[in-house]
Design a protein around this ligand. Sequence first.
Ligand code: ATP
Ligand code: ZN
Length: 732
Amino acid sequence: MSSSDAMLRVALPVPLARLFDYRAPDGFATADVPIGARVRVPFGARELIGVVVGSGPGEDGARETKPALAVLDGAPLLHGELLESLRWLARYAHAPLGEVLATALPAALRQGAPVPETDVAMWRVVEGAATEKLRRDALPHRLADLLASRARSEDELDEALPGWRTAARTLATRGMAESYRAAPERIASAGVPGPALNDEQRAAVDAIAAQDGFGAVLLEGVTGSGKTEVYLHAIADCLARDRQALVLVPEIGLTPQTLARFRARLGIEVHALHSGLTDAARARVWAAAARGEARVIVGTRSAIFTPLPDAGLIVIDEEHDGSYKQQDGIRYHARDFALVRGKALAVPVVLGSATPSLESLHNAQTGRYTHVRLSQRAGDAKPPTVRVLDVRKRPLDAGLSADLLAKLRATVDAGGQALVFRNRRGYAPVLLCHDCGWSAACKRCSTPDHPHPMTVHAGGRRLQCHHCGARQPAPMACPDCGGLALQPQGVGTERLEERLIELFPDVPVLRVDRGSTRRRDALESLLGELGDRAGILVGTQMLAKGHDLPNLTLVAVVGIDEGLFSADFRAGEKLAQLLIQVAGRAGRARRAGEVWLQTHHPSHPLLQVLISGGYRAFAEQELVEREAAGFPPFAHLALLRAEAKSAEPPAAFLSLAKQIFDAANIPGVEVHGPLPAPMPRRAGFQRAQLLVSAPQRRALHAALDAGLPALRDAPEGRRLRWSVDVDPVDLY
Ligand SMILES: Nc1ncnc2c1ncn2[C@@H]1O[C@H](COP(=O)(O)OP(=O)(O)OP(=O)(O)O)[C@@H](O)[C@H]1O
Ligand SMILES: [Zn+2]
């Protein structure tokens, strides 16, 4: 075959489960275009950026093939393990390869930008500079001090010394310091030593080191047990073998503090990847990793798509965290994809958590993962005592019982800090008319049978829907009866804050939720301001993770009762994880911690088992129930979601889907539905779903492979939005 009939097979970011053939651009031979390079191609009236994933005789048959317009990369951008793993992901998620590749690439590269240069701006002191002449402790002096031990990148200086730029200019004009560009540091300088590992931590580090090639290690360590220390040692080992380490953390866990701790301890540049970066900055980190220059990458969910040519280790911190699952577009799970990549790269994958997902626990119990435990808190810290506070028939003040208020008072009077945890932001969950019973519901998310309340914000002045984001001023009078008896019902974090400020005027009361900490570093500066002073924190699950507050001795959990009776099969697991993580904030240093769960259901089995046996006991029991009910991890699920402005198209489409899956007749596969979604209307769309389950993954995928092509071609699918979610975390 002459090279002129060979076509480029291009994956394009379009929702069609196929590849597209193009001829090489004029002046190029097909063989000149590397597999894995990006090309710009005509597509209908548009131009798209795609990735060449193969070449060969044309498959588009009679269709006239056009030439690509341009080749954007001289060398493959996606290749080797990463490209193969992404092919696997496309098959597993039953998603078009082009969309998967587009999801995996940083936005700038997806849009066709050139792969960025990765040298960094550095500062160093000029040899022989008389920096001792600088005024002691003034910024220029502190900067010169920092640079005296070694040159530092501008990123590093941003973290280490706020305001350094002015100081750098001063030093530069006096000829004492200079900036230059260089490839990022590869060689680790001696990091700051950490605490000596205890026996359990040592055993965990050894277990990771003992993995030969790929191996999954579940590091189950109680809160405050020093899991991060274990990661740091494993990463240092990995760097010593001249390999790259990738660390995933939940969005909330990626704080400047975490990064500073990693940098200081490892003595090497740590590259962060998170949603707060510009597109250009993300692309730079991606390119630095692809060139092997970035040796330690710490990022949130999508960092799992980082190229790792010299991979040595992948760590997933808080592996149970829900933020690892992408909920729209390509619905991948970063933890699960990490295991796929770890296997392909032949490197260990460490999954760390105080409250492992039932999936991971099950894999550990069946021997697929190595299971190591940290059963004690590190250092001198003791585990907190956890107790239930029965508030039946007790008067409540803004949702707080007199007993709880007394404990708060005692804590702050003793100079300690208390955390009041309420997982509802806003002022109150409902606005009710006391005269006629009307309540404010979201017009776009409610149906006659399922009114969806709007949350009261801004002390009662504004209404907001937490599902579709709709906002409006709160009405002055009831829209139904005209009465003036509108009352916020229930308690959110804003209202708690308001009341606690009244009750505790003598100490700072700080609210921590998505409303109060919109900026990335806002939480850090809030907590920094508080320091070790006596005070009260009010917050949502933002406070449940990864924050070390040494002086926090009391955790009061209020308003969990609604969570005890949710229909979602994962609700119990999520609530147990949340409670243990929140409780884990208490007493992490020398002073012992106390946790009180205020409830109207003191004998609820979930609370009972958590209190008497901890997360482990809960998990054992829950696994037995999941097995009996045929839910994950004992079954594998795929959820088809469909939505349209009216209810009929989703129902018709999903009924067709059911027929098609039933007709495929794969043994073990069960199809449930169509059913209205738990939230049957959202942002004006009527929503329905179909659940496909099978005891074996293979059967589930066989059913999807058999059914989805016909569904993609079905005219019923054109009048609505639909998606398939393999291993759904949320049945929403
Ligand atoms: N071997 C050790 N000796 C003394 N202190 C230690 C040791 N290991 C860790 N620590 C300290 O204990 C505290 C908790 O450690 P770390 O943050 O690593 O725990 P963790 O298990 O990741 O916590 P969590 O998951 O609850 O956020 C830190 O202040 C850390 O410096
Ligand atoms: Zn809404």
